[in-house]
Design a protein around this ligand. Structure first.
Ligand SMILES: [Zn+2]
Length: 469
């Protein structure tokens, strides 16, 4: 049987500062090695001060994943000598003296399968090592410490996955959940990274390290299963080892043998006292926990009559569900939901487009209102939407400047209809036998008025001109 376990590293990107100093958690905007201080550079004599918000956000994750949470947390030093952490140790957590990490024994449901969460811990991210050119041939290795010390949550699962597909489903659920909790922005480069353990038929466990994207994680796991199966078929021993994912060639390659736990010489971090998390704090966090995706979905269906499919799409995306919540009222909720999922999601399908979009909830509710009151047609609404996203002007101004208002002037419409009836003599003949053809003629009127004709009035006038009921 195939067994897959994951270790997911998730940056708490919504925090202001690093885990133990006041440097910015958002290191991405800085020139290399400018978001640093004596604490995150490990200068002797500097002392860490724990970021309280990081503990709270990490605890929120633990609660949302149904974990047990401790009454006291402790930090440990994991010693290793590598240039990405100038202190020569990483401050992390270890359940050595009872459970003192942020959370343990949680779960996530993936369809019918239960994926158990073994442990969640809070730790600091190392800096970034950058090789110039190919790793094997590089003459120059650069290191950027801007990221060193930023808050990271490690989520370790039990080896409960049976195939790469389940891994992917899990990652989608997890990243939606983290986004919904407003603790992380999984779309940012490097915000979520993962290691995977893979074994087949009770054989040795192989660890695949530092896979940079979820897309690659599924591929890496798939590759590794196939590689192990092929060795097993030829009766070649599968060695317990660490392998790296080669992004260019899309294969795993053997790396250094993994350090044993003992080599890290874990010991308690004496510069940070044990921190008590009392029940009051936990209750407060629970009370302020954002509504879960599944309960949002249920509410959208039961309260607003939105289809489960649309409700599912909407609730799993924090940006669009927020837009929905702010634009909806008692009467327009269904229309708002449909416009978001059918029109807006397509127009704002990348994070760059969302960031630069000027559309807000007022625009959206005004747009729905204008369609409902027949001020503009759906076709015109789409044109208006494009403009709003670009320039954010009030809807009325856009309707005026693009001349999107309805043609509901009887005289004007009658002129257009007379012209269409002349051009479509054949259809006019058929319409008398087959009332369906009337819709075709309505379509022609719409075409001629660039979608601006009032549909109901058009139909009435057409029927009158054709002399049918
Ligand atoms: Zn710092």
């Amino acid at each position: 049987m195939t067994k897959i376990g994951l270790e997911i590293h998730c940056q708490l990107t919504k925090l202001e500062s690093k885990l133990f100093c006041s440097c910015k958690a958002n290191y991405r905007e800085f020139q290399p090695n400018t978001n640093i201080c004596p604490v995150c550079m490990g200068i002797p004599g500097s002392l860490p001060l724990l970021n309280k918000s990081a503990v709270e956000k990490a605890t929120l994750i633990a609660m949302a994943l149904d974990c047990n949470t401790p009454s006291k947390i402790a930090f440990f030093r994991k010693n290793y000598f590598y240039p990405d952490l100038p202190k020569n140790f990483q401050i992390t957590q270890l359940n050595a003296y009872g459970n003192t990490s942020i959370g343990w024994e949680g779960k996530i449901l993936v369809g019918d399968a239960k994926i158990r969460i073994r442990r969640i811990q809070l730790e600091e991210d190392p800096g970034r090592i950058i090789y110039e050119g190919a790793t094997e041939k590089t003459k120059l290795t650069l290191v950027d410490y801007n990221r060193a010390g930023t808050p990271l949550v490690e989520i370790v699962t039990e080896p409960d996955f049976e195939n790469p597909h389940q891994v992917r489903e899990f990652l989608i659920i997890l990243s939606d959940l983290l986004e919904n909790l407003n603790v992380s922005d999984p779309g940012l480069e490097g915000a979520m990274r993962a290691d995977a353990n893979v074994s087949i038929e009770g054989g040795s466990k192989v660890e695949i390290k530092n896979i940079g994207s979820f897309h690659d994680l599924e591929k890496a796991v798939h590759f590794e299963i196939t590689r192990q199966q092929s060795l097993a078929e030829r009766e070649i021993e599968i060695v317990q080892e660490t392998r790296h994912w080669d992004d260019g060639r899309k294969i795993t390659v053997s790396a250094r043998t993994k350090e044993e736990e003992a080599e890290y010489r874990y010991h308690l971090e004496a510069d940070i006292p044990w921190i008590r998390i009392n029940d009051d704090t936990k209750n407060q966090l629970q009370v302020h926990m954002p509504e879960s995706i599944s309960s949002k979905k249920e509410r959208y269906v039961s309260k607003y009559g939105i289809t489960p499919q649309v409700a599912g799409i909407l609730s799993s995306d924090r940006y669009f569900s927020e837009l929905f919540e702010n634009a909806k009222n008692e009467t327009n909720a269904k229309d708002v939901a449909n416009m978001i999922t059918t029109d807006i999601m397509g127009l704002l399908d990348t994070r760059e487009k969302r960031d630069s979009s000027k559309l807000n909830a007022e625009h959206l509710s005004a747009l729905i209102e204008s369609i409902k009151s027949s001020k503009i047609t759906r076709t015109s609404a789409k044109l208006a939407l494009d403009e709003i996203i670009k320039n954010g002007k009030p809807l009325q101004q856009i309707i005026d400047s693009l001349d999107l208002g309805h043609v509901s002037d009887e005289g004007e419409l009658t002129n257009v209809i007379t012209q269409i009836l002349k051009e479509e003599a054949k259809a006019v003949e058929d319409a008398k036998q087959n009332p369906e053809i009337v819709n075709f003629l309505v379509g022609k009127v719409m075409q001629k008025t660039q979608g601006k004709a009032d549909p109901e009035l058009t139909l009435t006038l057409l029927k009158k001109s054709l002399g049918i009921g």
